[in-house]
Ligand binder design. Structure first.
Ligand code: NAP
Length: 368
């Protein structure tokens, strides 16, 4: 199952709206097990990992054991259900990490297998499989993607200069890590404050992984995004979605759409801004499962207030700003990290920068 887990993680950012499932098919009949096939959900979400493993093993699948991170599907979609394919191939045993909370599956895949006489073991490395499929689980149960918030801060805790003038906080190694996080996400999101200050491209520019740039999403209540913004100019190459208010100016909308930007209009919150909960549900409805927030402190604080952060990555530079600036961790965000998050690993040194990853101690509330 550990091998299946690491296979599953390989296609993060490539399979939405489907989960990236890892599987291995093993011949356990001899004294030492023989791996017949390894597979992960294909880019685009199909074929499923089980189909690929069965194809690779051919007739040798008869009598074999399948280790899979998520319950095989039971519903007829664009392809026949994996549970039926496994039965037809004569697989003797299915060991799975978790049941699929997708209401179209919800245990039915395992029931189908058991009814056909296949031995089924469920709940193996359950917590790790739940983490692997966190984006899928949140999308099918709460209608929104998994959110990782990433913030870089100076040694004295600032995310930016007070006047938002350009500020370099992190070095090359941490920047490469950020680009890797982009490649493993379905979307990167920022607020318009970041676009106006930095005019970022928000693509993955790691050699060899350039094609893994995900969708770019901007929260921009009044469509202040300039005509010259790098995001708009490259929208034909890398998808760009701008989330705005229902009553956003029509001419600005038309201009963006003509440049290839997708404009998503939603009701505003009590402060006249795009509502983060509605926005994330709109992203879930468009099939996104894993979103990386690279916005500034304002968007980060709003996400914390709405209890919509699932993972937090802090990259702390070695230099101090040495004067008042924009505080990286607003009051709600700092409180949430202290009370609801736990470190997911040791502090890592990326050159002179320190990298800390935190995950929720308990999954977020069903209402959020
Ligand atoms: N250190 C880091 O990791 C990091 C990361 C990103 C940016 N920055 C820096 O941070 C500065 C920008 O900070 P910022 O806080 O203004 O950037 P931001 O959080 O990316 O953008 C904030 C803007 O987003 C819009 N927005 C729309 N809906 C929102 C909502 N529900 N909640 C909050 N904002 C919403 C608001 O403008 P409207 O009301 O007009 O929609 C708001 O002013 C820049 O200097 C940039 O370089 C630092």
């Amino acid at each position: 199952m550990r091998q299946a887990l690491s296979l599953g993680a390989r296609h993060f950012g490539l399979t939405a709206p489907n989960p990236s499932v890892g599987t291995i098919l093993v011949d356990e009949s001899g004294t030492s097990p023989i791996i017949l096939a390894r597979a992960v959900t294909a880019p685009g979400g199909r074929p499923h990992a089980e189909t690929l493993a069965l194809e690779a093993a051919g007739a040798r699948a008869r009598g074999a054991s399948l280790f899979v991170t998520l319950e095989p599907c039971a519903h007829h979609g664009r392809t026949p259900p994996c549970a039926e394919a496994l039965i037809a191939a004569g697989v003797a045993r299915v060991v799975c990490g978790i049941e699929d909370p997708d209401p179209r599956v919800g245990g039915k895949g395992l029931v189908k297998l058991r009814q056909a006489g296949v031995e089924v073991v469920s709940g193996v490395l359950e917590a790790q499989c739940r983490t692997l499929h966190g984006g899928h689980i949140l999308r099918v149960t709460q209608g929104r993607p998994h959110v990782t918030l990433k913030l870089a801060m100076t040694a004295d805790g600032f995310a930016a200069c007070a006047d938002k003038a350009p500020l370099r906080i992190t070095g090359a190694i941490a920047d490469a890590q950020t680009h890797l996080m982009r490649a493993r996400s379905d979307a990167i999101m920022v607020g318009i404050g970041t676009v106006l200050a930095d005019d970022p491209l928000l693509t993955c520019r790691l050699p060899g992984l350039e094609s893994r740039s995900p969708v770019r999403v901007v929260f921009d209540s009044r469509l202040r995004i300039p005509q010259s913004a790098a995001l708009g100019a490259s929208a034909g190459v890398t998808p760009t979605w701008v989330i705005t208010r229902e009553d956003a100016p029509h001419d600005a909308r038309a201009r963006l759409e003509a440049a290839g930007v997708t404009v998503i209009r939603l009701g505003a919150n009590e402060f006249g801004r795009v509502d983060v909960g509605h926005a994330l549900r709109a992203l879930g409805a468009r099939g996104l499962t894993r979103v990386l927030c690279e916005g500034g402190p304002a968007l980060a604080e709003e996400l914390a207030k709405a209890d919509l952060i699932d993972e937090f990555v802090a990259i702390t530079g070695s230099r101090s700003l040495g004067r008042p600036g924009l505080v990286a961790l607003g009051p709600t965000l700092s409180d949430a990290i202290l009370r609801h998050f736990v470190p997911a690993s040791e502090t890592l040194d990326f050159g002179e920068d320190r990298f800390n990853r935190y995950v929720r101690a308990r999954p977020c509330s069903p209402a959020s």
